[in-house]
Design a protein around this ligand. Structure first.
Ligand code: ZN
Length: 200
């Protein structure tokens, strides 16, 4: 009984001081010394060779990242399912890879055949969705113009529309979503690092 108490007491001391804990991983043991180069953080490898949806000349900045943010409309925390990027006014938007257009909403106000005036998608406004040859899907929202139709085959780099602020957008930008294996992913991890502006 006495031994058990001693062991428990020793364990308690151990918990308190942490002496029993697992050794630190090598990276934490080897702190950089003065004059040594600080190790560069590992960046995920590109798993595909998609194109950036806005040309390098037109691309200005990323305006909102993928993940949790305060919704500009509801003022609550919500998950942002895409990447917001801004190019020059009415920049051309290109398909990030070869594929087939699987969904398309002409921008609101677009006049169609027989006097139809399109309303656009409630959230995305003018929208194009493409299923790529690798099975992944990209979606481009808030477009001011669209140049494709459902079922049309596009090549990577083809101009599919123009940047705008249609649908639920507070300002002109491109909303890009990417589905890999049916799951929404952070598109920035799959896009080229245009001009080093995409901190990842
Ligand atoms: Zn967005």
């Amino acid at each position: 009984m006495k031994n058990a108490i001693i062991i428990i007491a020793a364990m308690a001391v151990g918990f308190g001081t942490g002496w029993y804990s697992r050794p630190l991983p090598a990276a934490e043991q080897e702190m950089p010394q003065g004059g040594m180069e600080v190790p560069v953080m590992e960046v995920p490898e590109y798993t595909s060779s998609y194109l950036f949806p806005i040309s390098e000349e037109d691309y200005l900045m990323r305006t909102s990242a993928f993940g949790v943010r305060v919704s500009p409309f509801l003022q609550i925390l919500s998950h942002h399912h895409g990447l917001d990027i801004a190019g020059a006014w009415r920049s051309q938007v290109v398909a990030i890879a070869d594929g087939v257009v699987t969904d398309h909403y002409p921008p609101p106000g677009t006049r169609g055949p027989r006097g139809i005036i399109y309303r656009g998608h409630d959230v995305y406004g003018g929208m194009v969705q493409i299923r790529h040859d690798d099975g992944n899907e990209s979606l481009y929202g808030h477009l001011s113009r669209t140049f494709v139709r459902i079922g049309e085959r596009v090549r990577g780099g083809d101009v599919i529309g123009r940047q705008g602020s249609t649908g639920r957008a507070t300002g002109e930008h491109l909303h890009l979503e990417l589905r890999v294996g049916g799951e929404l992913v952070n598109p920035i991890l799959y896009l080229p690092d245009v001009r080093g502006r995409n901190e990842r």
